[in-house]
Design a protein around this ligand. Sequence first.
Ligand code: PLP
Length: 378
Amino acid sequence: MVYLDHAATTPVPRAVADAMYDVLSEQFGNPSAQYPMGLEMKKQVAHWRSVVAGALGCEPGRLFFTSCGTEGDNWAITAACWQNRHLGRHIVTTAVEHSAMLEGCRWMEKQGYEVTYLAPEPLSGAVTARQVLSAVRPDTALVSVMLVNNELGCIYPVEEIARGLAAQNPRTLLHTDAVQGFLKVPFSAKTLGADLITISAHKIGGPKGIGALYMGPRVKNPRPLLPGGGQESGARSGTEATAQIAGFAKAVELRGEHLAGKLSHMADIREYAVRRLCQIPDVQLVGGGTAPHILCVSLVGWPSQNIVNDLGSQGICISAGSACHQGRPSHVVAALKLPKRVAGGVIRLSFGPETTREDIDACAQALLRHHDSRMPML
Ligand code: PLP
């Protein structure tokens, strides 16, 4: 199998699975229990939290485990809107956020909030800090701009937005969905300046079903997402998902070893893929993405779902835009305002430290065969 869909999810290394198995089978104590096995697990969870927080560049007490990136995004919205409920009912975000953010915002609209969805620059998908800041009003409770776009690989200027927002409207909270940025586009919570940062384990070799939300010092007494037994400092109750948390921390440790080398390998692979794919007739690069692990192209005139199906039947896994859209046209591609034949042929290749040039060669050959054997339909 050739796996080129690391932005959808990533393989779990054996050491991560082993760490999880150990917790499930041996160290299965409840961290709230008062006997040694429980107390030991409480210590372990604190250690794992400090590992993830260390990679994010924040104090462990500012990191709250969640069940996934989707939960982190939704919690960020409700936490910020609750804190700023007396400031106003306006949210600024982009039209190319992950659906976890967009649907969360739509839900807020149903509760009377006004949401400004900023359109990116056509063709490139770029979003500028000036564009975001000019949409901010005195009643803006939350600004949310993702760090790396999951379909295009565009990196958005979150740090610059944070600086501008602090000067312009210091009470407005800033959230960034860094699910595709964490350990891919190095940043530190301390210097990034966002008040809320969402991450997810399964994009970096961790298990599915665990993520985290960073809440910075300007987020005061966050409204509990799940009131209950008081776990996660009372902000998100529910017995800790100890095996998932152990797997998350192990994945962070593994990914963090020689991270610079891994990132430059991914960037090399991306560059190689650009060269190989652009030799195929009718292939065109899409968007101005620069993240090392995401490459968006179009086989102009060939429907992307057919490409994905054809390559999939040969054991080559790529995505037609975002895996989260399940075959529906992607809102991100639509926002680029591409000609119909370009938009219809958009596919995403995404890479991990394990990706090889041979993987790219196999994909390029299959794409060329697809091109040569079928009539374009768009
Ligand atoms: N945000 C972005 C940018 C993503 O790419 C994803 C997943 O693809 C999510 C949020 C959702 O994360 P999770 O799958 O952990 O809910």
